[in-house]
Design a protein around this ligand. Structure first.
Ligand code: GUN
Length: 297
């Protein structure tokens, strides 16, 4: 993978603050990745500054049920992110055999606790508990995951992607945006947010005909893929050289490494890496959502 060392500084405004972002120079012959790590570091330091001026520290409640190792790793990451910017994250753990009513009661109690700004229930939960019931119970004003029907927040992955593209000055207006996947928490809200940004949005999914993927990809200015099937989109597809590829898929291969839906280093203007790409944007968006909740205390 080629990376350029030559950097250009350019200012951008983000939530009333001015930053200089180191932006990589582009050249048609060199494949570049968006530097998401740099962007996330900048945003986190801005959040840390905002939080340091607050009299009351923001408080995030993370509710976990059972002992899913992947969930434990995600929760560790969320707590680490929170601590880095000065958010207090409290975890409430329940055993896997907890009844739904006990869990919903705990959520109701936290809804009424004014010391808690945001609540999330780490998924998956045991099959005996309905995710829909959880989502209908969390106060929409505290639903920082953005999962509940009336949530006042954008779901974290689409929000993270839109914020990043905005900071990178992606030309949304009239752009052909293709979203692959139609899940409730990524594909559908992603398409909605891109439409709100004035993109021409096409949503593809498991029932889309193979040739139609080729057709829509060849005309896309932006492709967001969230299917979780590693290396599905390769160089046998045609892409506009000016296209931006956003890879939401993360799959652990037999080689033990993490892979995205796209093979790396496709001949396009920008492609997000896996790992170190959208996952970081999702984690950042949770902190941003919590700060919005704090503003509406
Ligand atoms: N499990 C995997 N990702 C997520 C997430 O973003 N939020 C919650 N609550 N659970 C998850």
């Amino acid at each position: 993978m080629n990376r350029l060392d030559v950097r250009q500084g350019h200012p951008f405004c983000f939530q009333d603050e001015l930053f200089f972002v180191m932006k990589k120079q582009t050249s048609p012959s060199i494949i570049l990745y968006m530097d998401i790590k740099e962007y996330v570091t900048l945003r986190k330091s801005a959040l840390k500054n905002q939080i340091s001026s607050l009299t009351k520290k923001p408080r995030l409640s993370i509710i976990t049920v059972g002992n899913d190792p992947a969930s434990e790793a995600y929760v560790r990451g969320k707590k680490k992110d929170a601590a880095e910017v000065g958010i207090e994250a409290i975890q409430t753990w329940f055993p896997g055999d907890i009844s739904e009513e006990t869990l919903l009661d705990a959520i109701r109690k936290q809804n009424n606790d004014s010391s808690i700004d945001g609540i999330l229930v780490q998924l998956p939960v045991p099959k005996s508990i309905s995710v829909e019931h959880i989502n209908l119970t969390i106060d929409p004003k505290k639903d920082v995951d953005g999962f509940t029907p009336l949530s006042q927040f954008r779901p974290c992955t689409p929000r993270g992607i839109i914020d990043y593209l905005t900071a990178e000055k992606f030309p949304f207006k009239g752009a052909n945006a293709v979203v692959v996947g139609r899940s409730e928490i990524v594909g559908k809200p992603m398409a909605k947010l891109l439409l709100e940004k004035d993109c021409n949005v096409v949503q593809l999914h498991s029932k889309t005909k193979p040739d139609d993927f080729r057709f829509y990809f060849a005309h896309a200015d932006l492709i967001v893929s969230a299917i979780g099937k590693m290396n599905t989109w390769d160089a046998s597809y045609s892409y506009r050289p000016s296209a931006w590829l956003i890879d939401v898929g993360i799959t652990r291969g037999e080689d033990g490494h993490l892979h995205g839906d796209f093979v790396p280093s496709l001949p396009v203007a920008k492609q997000t890496p896996v790992p170190g790409g959208v996952g970081l944007l999702t984690r950042l968006a949770l902190l941003e959502n919590l700060m919005e909740a704090v503003k509406h205390r």
